[in-house]
Design a protein around this ligand. Structure first.
Ligand SMILES: Cc1cc2nc3c(=O)[nH]c(=O)nc-3n(C[C@H](O)[C@H](O)[C@H](O)COP(=O)(O)OP(=O)(O)OC[C@H]3O[C@@H](n4cnc5c(N)ncnc54)[C@H](O)[C@@H]3O)c2cc1C
Length: 462
C-alpha cells in the first residue's frame, strides 16, 4: 500500500474546516489532512458565546441563507437538521429622518414593481418620479460598479436609500466601489434593458418556488457548525493545529514545504482558506504575480456591539427586527438588529432586549476607537435613531478586523488571473473562502467543496 498523501489546509474558518472534512470523507486513497490556523482558536469569522444569561449569542454571523443548499446540507450532514430555527417575521426598517419599513417587492433593494417605492416615505416625490422613468431609459453602458449601474437606472435615492443599505449591510461595503458580477442576484437583473422589469420577473419566478424561511441557524448558534466540523474532522483522523501562522510555501521536487511560526509541514496539495491579503506574503514565495494580486485585495473592518437593554427601557413600539442606516445618514452605526425580536430563542428571562449594533464598513474606519468610545458612539447614534436613552445592563464588543473582503469592480477578472498564474506555477494549490466567490457561509461551504474536489483530483494524478 502506498504512503498516505499529505494535504495541508491553511485557515480553520468554515471554508478551511469544510475543505478538510470533504477531503477526509471523499478521498479514495489514504490521506493525512492537517489544518493550520494562525489564531489560538478555530472558527475564523464565526464565534458564538454566552451573553446576558443566554447560552449562545453569535458575535458575528447569526444565520445563513437556505435558498441555496450548501450550508443547509452541511448542517444536516453534521446532524443539526432537527435543531435549526429561523427568524421571526418581524419586519426590518431603514432609518432616514425616521423609521421606514423596508418595502416589499424588492430584489436586494432593486424595485421589482413601481409600488415598491411609490408608497414609501423613504423616497421623495422627485426621487419617485426619477425612479418611475427607469423602464423608459435606454440600455445602461457596461459597468461593473453596482452604484454606477443602479444610479443610472433609478437615480440616486433608490440607490442610496434601498440598494446600497441592503447590499452594503451584507458586505460591509460601499456599493459604488463593489462589483456587480459578485452579487449574482443583482447582476442577473442587468441582462435586460429595464432592471425594474427584470426584477419583477425574477420575483414572480421566485414566488413560484418553494415557500419557507429565507434564513436559518442552529439553535445553539452558528458556532455549532464550527464545533461539529472540528469534532468530525478530528474523528476522521484530521489534525487541526492552532497557533500555526503560515509564513512561506516552498515548491519542492515533489510537493511543497509549508513553513509556520512553529515548524514545517510537507504537502502534496494545499487548500488556501485564509483571507486573500493575509495569504499574499506566503504565496509570493511561490509566484510573485499571484502574491501581488492577493496583496491588492482590500478587507473592511467592522465592530459588532451586543447589548442587553433592560425591558423597562425598551419602547414597546419597537417591534421590528432592526434597521439599516443609508450611507448619507450614517455617523458610525450602519445597522442595528433587535435580536430578541428577530430570534425567539434570544429572549432573556428578565425580558431584556438583546441588541446587535454594527459600526464601520469599507470607507468608515472604526477600529482605532477604544471599546468605551465605541459603546458611547453606538448609544448616541441609537438615541438619534430611536429617540431613547438606553443604559445597557451588559455589553460585549466584538472587533472584526479586516473581516469583509471587498470585491472591487472586475473582481472575477483579477481572480481568474490569480488562479491562472498560481495554477501554472504551483499545481495542487487551490483557494477557498470568503475572499473569492462569495462571503456568505453557504458560498464559503460551496467553495470548500469545490476546493476539496480539485484537491482529490490532483492527488489522483500523483
Ligand atoms: C460581523 C460579521 C457578520 C456576518 N454575518 C453573516 C451572516 O449573518 N450570514 C452569513 O452567511 N455570513 C455572515 N458573515 C460572513 C461569514 O461569517 C464569513 O464570510 C465566513 O465565516 C468566512 O469564512 P472563511 O473560512 O472564508 O474565512 P475566515 O473565517 O476568515 O477564516 C480564515 C482563517 O484563516 C486564518 N489565517 C489567516 N492567515 C493565516 C495564516 N497565515 N496561517 C494560518 N491561518 C491563517 C484566520 O485566522 C482565520 O481563522 C459575517 C461576517 C462577519 C465578520
Amino acid at each position: 500500500m502506498s504512503d498516505p498523501r499529505q494535504v495541508v489546509v491553511i485557515g480553520a474558518g468554515v471554508a478551511g474546516l469544510t475543505s478538510a472534512l470533504t477531503v477526509l470523507t471523499n478521498s479514495s486513497v489514504p490521506v493525512n489532512v492537517t489544518v493550520l490556523e494562525a489564531e489560538s482558536t478555530v472558527g475564523g469569522r464565526i464565534r458564538t458565546t454566552p451573553f446576558a444569561g443566554l447560552s449562545a449569542v453569535d458575535e458575528g454571523a447569526d444565520a445563513f441563507l437556505v435558498r441555496v443548499p450548501w450550508a443547509t446540507q452541511l448542517a444536516s450532514e453534521l446532524g443539526l437538521g432537527s435543531s435549526m430555527t429561523s427568524p421571526t417575521d418581524a419586519h426590518a426598517s431603514i432609518w432616514h429622518n425616521g423609521m421606514h419599513n423596508i418595502p416589499g417587492d424588492l430584489m436586494l433593494g432593486v424595485p421589482a414593481k413601481i409600488r415598491a417605492f411609490a408608497t414609501s416615505g423613504l423616497i421623495s416625490p422627485v426621487g419617485k418620479l426619477r425612479a418611475a422613468i427607469e423602464p423608459l431609459l435606454p440600455a445602461t453602458a457596461d459597468t461593473d460598479s453596482i452604484g454606477d449601474y443602479v444610479r443610472s437606472r433609478f437615480g440616486n435615492q433608490i440607490h442610496e436609500r434601498l440598494v446600497d443599505p441592503l447590499i452594503g449591510s451584507i458586505y460591509a461595503t460601499d456599493s459604488d466601489h463593489f462589483s456587480m458580477a459578485a452579487v449574482p442576484q443583482v447582476a442577473a437583473l442587468t441582462a435586460s434593458r429595464s432592471m425594474l422589469f427584470a426584477a419583477g420577473k425574477a420575483r414572480a419566478a421566485a414566488a413560484k418556488g418553494p415557500a419557507g424561511p429565507i434564513f436559518a441557524t442552529p439553535i445553539r448558534g452558528i458556532g455549532a457548525l464550527i464545533e461539529l466540523l472540528t469534532q468530525r474532522v478530528t474523528s476522521l483522523g484530521g489534525r487541526i493545529l492552532t497557533g500555526e501562522s503560515v509564513s512561506a510555501i516552498e515548491k519542492e521536487p515533489t510537493g511543497y514545504t509549508v513553513s509556520t511560526s512553529r515548524g514545517q509541514h510537507q504537502a502534496d496539495a494545499i487548500v488556501i482558506a485564509s483571507p486573500a491579503k493575509h495569504s499574499a506574503h506566503f504565496v509570493r514565495t511561490l509566484d510573485t504575480r499571484a502574491g501581488e494580486l492577493l496583496n491588492e485585495w482590500t478587507h473592511a473592518s467592522v465592530v459588532l456591539i451586543t447589548m442587553a437593554i433592560p425591558a423597562s427601557q425598551w419602547p414597546s413600539r419597537l417591534t421590528g427586527s432592526g434597521y439599516l442606516v443609508p450611507k448619507p445618514d450614517q455617523r458610525w452605526v450602519s445597522a442595528a438588529s433587535f435580536g430578541s425580536n428577530k430570534w425567539a430563542h434570544w429572549r432573556p428571562d428578565d425580558g431584556s432586549m438583546i441588541l446587535r449594533v454594527s459600526l464601520g464598513r469599507d470607507g468608515l474606519e472604526v477600529m482605532h476607537f477604544d471599546n468605551d468610545k465605541l459603546i458611547n458612539l453606538a448609544l448616541a447614534d441609537m438615541k438619534l435613531h430611536l429617540g431613547v436613552d438606553m443604559t445597557p445592563s451588559e455589553v460585549r464588543v466584538s472587533r472584526w478586523a479586516e473581516s469583509f473582503p471587498q470585491y472591487r469592480p472586475h473582481h472575477f477578472a483579477r481572480l481568474a488571473e490569480l488562479e491562472h498564474s498560481l495554477g501554472a506555477s504551483a499545481p495542487g494549490i487551490v483557494f477557498a473562502g470568503a475572499s473569492y466567490r462569495g462571503i456568505g457561509i453557504p458560498a464559503c461551504v460551496q467553495q470548500a467543496r469545490s476546493a476539496a474536489e480539485a484537491t482529490l483530483a490532483h492527488l489522483a494524478t500523483l
